[in-house]
Design a protein around this ligand. Sequence first.
Ligand code: 6V0
Length: 315
Amino acid sequence: MKNNPKKAAVIGCGFVGAATAFTLMQSKLFSELVLLDANHDKAVGEAEDIGHGIPFAGEMDIYAGDYDDIADCSIIIVTAGANQKPNETRLDLVQKNVAIYKSIIPEIAKRNYEGILLIVSNPVDILTYVAQKLSGLPERRVIGSGTVLDTARLKYALSQHLNVDSRNIHSFIIGEHGDSEIAAWSSTNISGVPLDDFLEMRGHMHPDMDKQEIAEKVKNSAYDIIAKKHATYYGIAMSVRRICECIVRDEKSILPISTVMHGDFGIEDVCLSMPTILSAEGVETHIPIELSEKEHTSLKKSADTLKNIIAGLDL
Ligand code: 6V0
């Protein structure tokens, strides 16, 4: 079905879906936003509540709908599924959420969907792979939010440590959105100045220790927040907004989204995050950023972790 470039949908209206819808309402990227949830009342309630903000943000239509209502969207965002409980890893969610995806993705595919499928539920890399297989959509049109959020967390932590605007920091978390993620330090720079030089300039004389502490803090962010407030949603909502912005405006920005890999960095047939050019058509190409040998080895290990889980799935 021909898609409407100003229409999007959010499937799953829990913490993440509702925060995403609220953020998208304020973004003015879409003129129509459809909310879906297995608990229809929840979708109706969120649409009404968020709709009451429209007079302050600008006109759009936001309503709770069904699968027939979303077949002509340009982006469908899937946040449905169980979230992590304290001490659970993202990978612990796999069986529950693959089962949920088996009830959602075929409903989209059978309506000849022509837009982009943006996967957010965890484990996001596994579910992006599963969504591509279950939908049969072209790989370039099935993407996961991947490490866009982790990269934002990294930039935020670095900006605080260096006392510099996070928008001037060029750095990526790559690999799994999860415990095996990697901070790509060797390509990190602040407006062209290598990170180690900038650290020294700001009076930090132990770069390796700083980097290790910051990478650990970023990796453990979700665990820390979940221990305190049982879910994370604002950061991911802004990450989804940024991804949508890039697609709607055909920006061709470079974002660390999760996509199917085909040989780049020696990684095959698994979804994980690498810096990728994203356009209105979806994935354009991966960017071959420079990695140290250690980073490359960690990336391959991250891919192996994900591949082992995929191998155990019944798809
Ligand atoms: P939540 O608040 O429990 O919401 C989940 C929602 O999904 C509920 O409203 C359910 O009713 C709904 N749902 C369940 N099954 C279906 C179905 N078959 N069809 C439609 N709706 C359904 O969870 P929360 O919103 O906190 O998290 C949602 C997912 O996002 C989890 O898997 C999280 O782990 C994941 N996150 C992903 C992040 C990322 O960076 N990719 C970040 C944060 C959370």
